[in-house]
Design a protein around this ligand. Structure first.
Ligand code: IMP
Ligand code: MG
Length: 174
């Protein structure tokens, strides 16, 4: 295997757990008595989704959508398309999008526009991390975990060239 960059811990698993617990409490308050459709963006959100929904003690449904935007490196190609779509009806549903990181905002803006056209009853965004220094399109994040510096992050679902998703902490690679 070729030489790999060494990840340095930025957010520990304990810090992540505390923030996921806080986000779950905020979401529980707002969605009590509803049956929202949580839509995770693959692949980065899978671990966050799994931890978050275990703390949401009310009826909900889970969907995943796969978008392509990034190539194999660290930079977005800027062109986004749906690679694997939704099976659930979005029309009339309370939709909560679950994202790992909002960077330039291009991916999430595309997805929110795509979903809005399907006429959900409500549409909100929950993002574990936000890198506002790189934003190209304004994005409203209804439930935000961490604001992070302009570094490339891996772990807890986030990858670099498909590697490091399995790290339990969120780490920086140079
Ligand atoms: P955006 O379109 O630039 O906002 O990019 C959003 C997507 O790019 C996220 O869903 C991630 O999958 C990926 N991404 C952005 N920044 C990072 C990072 O630091 N590490 C890993 N993936 C990232
Ligand atoms: Mg992603």
């Amino acid at each position: 295997m070729s030489s790999q960059p060494k990840p340095q811990i930025l957010l520990t698993r304990q810090e992540i757990e505390a923030v996921v617990t806080r986000l779950a409490a905020e979401i529980r308050q707002d969605y009590q008595g509803k049956c929202p459709l949580l839509i995770g963006i693959l692949k980065g959100s899978f671990m966050f989704m799994a931890d978050l929904i275990r703390l949401l003690e009310f009826p909900l449904e889970v969907e995943f959508i796969r978008l392509s935007s990034y190539g194999r490196g660290k930079e977005s190609s800027g062109k986004i398309k749906v690679v694997q779509g939704l099976r659930s009806q979005v029309r009339g549903r309370d939709v909560l999008v679950i994202e790992d990181i909002v960077d330039t905002g291009l991916t999430i803006s595309f997805l929110l526009d795509y979903l809005r056209k399907k006429r959900p009853a409500s549409l909100k965004l929950c993002a574990l991390t936000d890198k506002p220094s790189r934003r190209q399109i304004p994005v409203t994040i209804d439930y935000l975990g961490f604001t992070v510096p302009d570094k490339f992050l891996v772990g807890y679902g986030l990858d670099w060239d498909e590697k490091f998703r399995n790290l339990p902490d969120i780490c920086v690679i140079e």
